[in-house]
Design a protein around this ligand. Structure first.
Ligand SMILES: Cc1cc2nc3c(=O)[nH]c(=O)nc-3n(C[C@H](O)[C@H](O)[C@H](O)COP(=O)(O)O)c2cc1C
Length: 390
């Protein structure tokens, strides 16, 4: 499968076209809206998320509740667009109108794409950069991830994205049992955290940052269960699934680190404490007695839950702005302020979940075929049977 996204933060809509989705997959707008709503929630979001009530429109590739195999077009409208039609319109402006266009941006915000993007594409109004580099784009990435999760769920593969750390507050982690059990707790937490006491401290840390015109980041975890052995491949660098997941996670706005399983911690430990021993049981087949490597060996899944961590830097737009330089006057100024969240880590957990879901679903179809769900089910069941009896 592949997908493209298009759309600006204050343009009329965000669009994605997804190609390569098998036919006969049951799919409704509700399957996607559920995840869009999850992305909009979370303690620390700014006013923009109160304006937007994201709802997807499915414009192609689905008929009477089932995919046809044709490209699927998904659209999410920006409600805020009605206030921005002049500023963001596609039609050319007269010289007079140009003078009237407000909200021109000439003071780049540190930590954003503003200055590099302006120099690269020779924009004197950095709104041309900001509008597309904004994390509003993650709305359709979540829509794409929701579709991926619909495919995966057909095979019992479920995912949960949740928050491990915000600022300097760490959740005390309970051993993983099932995705449903984890979500039961995290989905009702305002910071999407399994540790209630830490969750309260996280909210206090967000309040503190907000009061001081500052922002904070954090660490999220995505777990996927029931992943079969052998998604991805060791045979070539660009087919290693852990590598693809790494790229997908680092492509999320503000993500600066990614780990699989123990990640960086493994580098500080002895091999005997890192590698997962192999065990065997009749009917179950081969399995690992621990899961420190997060479900990956040799670029392939090993049948244990996939565990991915992503580190999000603090939001760059600060209400107490950092120093910057105006690109027209070259005078020092404090950076522009564009309406902003003070912490978006709980929402970012949903985005990260979507990114991992997409990579897993894509690798799944690579292994089991991609025309019709029926063929994929047959190939999957036969392989699972053979893997159990290997
Ligand atoms: C869900 C989510 C929401 C975000 N909201 C904001 C925001 O309100 N204000 C802001 O300045 N940055 C926000 N960001 C981060 C910026 O989009 C990001 O830092 C910026 O595009 C620069 O890219 P980079 O940090 O990956 O280099 C958000 C990121 C995510 C994942």
């Amino acid at each position: 499968m592949r997908f493209l996204t298009a759309g600006e933060s204050h343009g009329p809509q965000l669009t994605t076209i997804i190609e390569g989705v098998p036919s006969q997959l049951p799919l409704t707008a509700e399957d996607i809206n559920e995840h869009l709503a999850r992305r909009q929630k979370g303690y620390g979001r700014g006013r923009r998320m109160q304006i937007e009530k994201d709802q997807v429109q499915i414009l192609s590739g689905v008929r009477h509740g089932k995919t046809t195999g044709a490209p699927i077009t998904l659209v999410v409208e920006n409600k805020d667009w009605t206030h921005w039609t002049k500023i963001m319109g596609a039609e050319p402006l007269t010289e007079e109108e140009e003078k009237e266009v407000k909200r021109k941006i000439t003071r780049p915000r540190p930590g954003h794409a503003d200055l590099n993007g302006a120099i690269k594409y020779r924009h004197r109004d950095m709104r041309n950069v900001l509008e597309r580099s904004s994390a509003r784009e993650t709305t359709v990435r979540v829509a794409v991830g929701a579709l991926a999760q619909v495919i995966l769920r057909q095979f019992g593969i479920k995912l949960a994205g949740h928050v491990l750390e915000i600022g300097d507050v760490k959740a005390e982690q309970q051993p993983f049992t099932t995705v449903d059990a984890l979500k039961e707790i995290t989905e009702s937490s305002e910071v999407r955290c399994m540790d209630e006491a830490a969750g309260e401290k996280m909210k206090a840390a967000i309040d503190d940052a907000k009061e001081n015109g500052d922002s904070i980041g954090g660490i999220v975890e995505v777990i996927a269960e029931n992943v079969p052995i052998g998604l991805g491949s060791f045979v070539h660098y660009d087919r290693k699934l852990d590598g693809k997941i790494g790229q997908a996670v680092l492509s999320i706005n503000a993500f600066k680190g990614v780990e699989i399983g123990l990640g960086f911690e493994a580098a500080r430990m002895k091999g005997s404490k890192v590698h997962d021993e192999i065990a065997y049981e009749e009917n179950r087949g081969f399995y690992r007695s621990s899961n420190r490597l997060g479900g990956f060996e040799g670029g392939m899944t090993n049948g244990m839950p996939v565990v991915v961590h992503g580190a999000m830097k603090p939001i760059p737009t600060l209400y107490k702005p950092l120093k910057s330089v105006d690109i027209d006057s070259k005078e020092p100024f404090t950076a522009s302020i564009e309406r902003s969240d003070s912490c978006a880590v709980p929402a970012a957990a949903v985005v990260c979940e979507a990114a991992v879901a997409w990579e897993l679903a894509d690798a799944f179809l690579d292994k089991f075929g991609s025309d019709t769900m029926e063929d994929i089910h047959k190939a999957y069941e036969q392989y699972q049977e053979e893997a159990r009896n290997f």
